[in-house]
Design a protein around this ligand. Structure first.
Ligand code: ZN
Ligand code: ZN
Length: 269
C-alpha cells in the first residue's frame, strides 16, 4: 500500500483568513507557496483502477485531488473545519457521489445526522455512513485501517487516529489532538512511520494557546527522541516557524532525526 501526503497545515489553512504574516503574505503572492490542510491518501498502487481512500475531508479537497481521482472512501477523524468540511463537495453541486463510504466513530456520525449540510448528503445517498468503534479494523484494497480513539478536549468527544497496515509496514496518523498521552505514544512506537500533530512549535506562539491546546513540537522532540519510528509533524499552524524550510526550528527538527510532512511525500507500506 502507498500513502501520499496531500497537505500539512492546520484547519484554517495557509494563507490564513485575516492574517498578513510573512508566511500568509507569501502564500497570497505566490500560489506555489499555498499550503493545503492536513490529509493523506491511501492507495494500493498507482494503477488507475487502484482504490483510493482519503483520511480527512479537508476544505482544500478540490485542489488536493488535482488529478481528478475518484475516491472510494473517506475516513473522518473529527467533525471540525479542517477534517470534515470537504465532504460537502461530494453533493449535487459537485460530482453528486453515489454511496461514497464515510468511515467515522459514532460521535461524528451523530454530528452529521444532526447537521443539515451533512444529513442531506446522507438522505440523498451521496454518502453512506460506516461507523466504527475503537479498535475496529476496516479492510481496504491493499491493506487494513485500524481505528484508535482518544479523548479530544477541544471537541469534547473522541477523535480517531488511524493505524494503517500495509504488507510490510504500519503508519500511524493522528493530526489533531490536545496532548500526547501514554496510549498515543504506544501507537507511535508500534508504527514504523507516524504522522502526528505538530500544530505549534511552542506554547507561546499564539495568545490563546489555552483555548486551543496542541502538543508543541518542541516538547514532542524530547518526548519521542530515541524511538525507532520515523516521525513526521503535520497540521502546522500558519504561525509555526517550522513551516518555513529555512528556519532554525525546521533545522532543529531535522537534526534531531524528525521531519515535517510535505505535500507529495509518499510512503510505501
Ligand atoms: Zn484540525
Ligand atoms: Zn499567517
Amino acid at each position: 500500500m502507498k500513502v501520499e501526503v496531500l497537505g500539512n497545515v492546520q484547519d484554517g489553512g495557509v494563507p490564513h483568513l485575516g492574517c498578513n504574516c510573512e508566511v500568509c503574505r507569501e502564500a497570497r503572492e505566490n500560489p506555489a507557496e499555498q499550503k493545503f490542510v492536513s490529509s493523506i491518501m491511501l492507495k494500493e498502487n498507482d494503477d488507475e483502477d487502484s482504490a483510493r481512500y482519503l483520511i480527512e475531508a479537508s476544505p482544500d479537497i478540490r485542489m488536493q485531488l488535482a488529478g481528478g481521482e475518484y475516491v472510494d472512501g473517506v475516513f473522518i477523524p473529527l467533525a471540525t473545519l479542517g477534517h470534515i468540511t470537504g465532504l460537502q463537495f461530494f453533493g449535487p453541486e459537485g460530482p453528486d457521489a453515489s454511496d461514497l463510504s464515510v468511515y467515522c466513530c459514532e460521535e461524528v456520525k451523530d454530528f452529521m445526522m444532526k447537521n443539515d449540510p451533512y444529513r442531506l448528503l446522507i438522505d440523498r445517498d451521496n454518502l453512506e455512513m460506516q461507523s466504527f468503534s475503537d479498535g475496529d479494523v476496516i479492510d481496504v484494497q491493499g491493506g487494513e485501517v485500524e481505528s484508535k480513539q482518544f479523548y479530544h478536549k477541544h471537541v469534547n468527544y473522541d477523535t480517531t487516529g488511524y493505524m494503517i497496515h500495509g504488507e510490510d509496514k504500519k503508519l500511524f496518523y493522528l493530526a489533531d489532538i490536545t496532548a500526547f498521552t501514554d496510549e498515543i505514544e504506544a501507537c507511535i512506537e508500534e508504527a514504523d512511520i507516524a504522522l502526528i500533530d505538530g500544530t505549534f512549535w511552542s506554547e507561546d506562539e499564539i495568545g490563546r494557546y489555552e483555548e486551543v491546546p496542541h502538543p508543541p513540537i518542541r516538547r514532542s522532540l524530547d518526548q519521542f527522541e530515541g524511538l525507532d519510528t520515523r516521525i513526521y509533524f503535520t497540521h502546522l499552524n500558519h504561525t509555526n516557524p517550522a513551516l518555513r524550510k529555512d528556519s532554525e526550528e525546521r533545522n532543529e527538527i531535522k537534526e534531531r532525526g524528525f521531519s515535517v510532512a510535505e505535500r507529495g511525500h509518499e510512503f510505501q507500506l
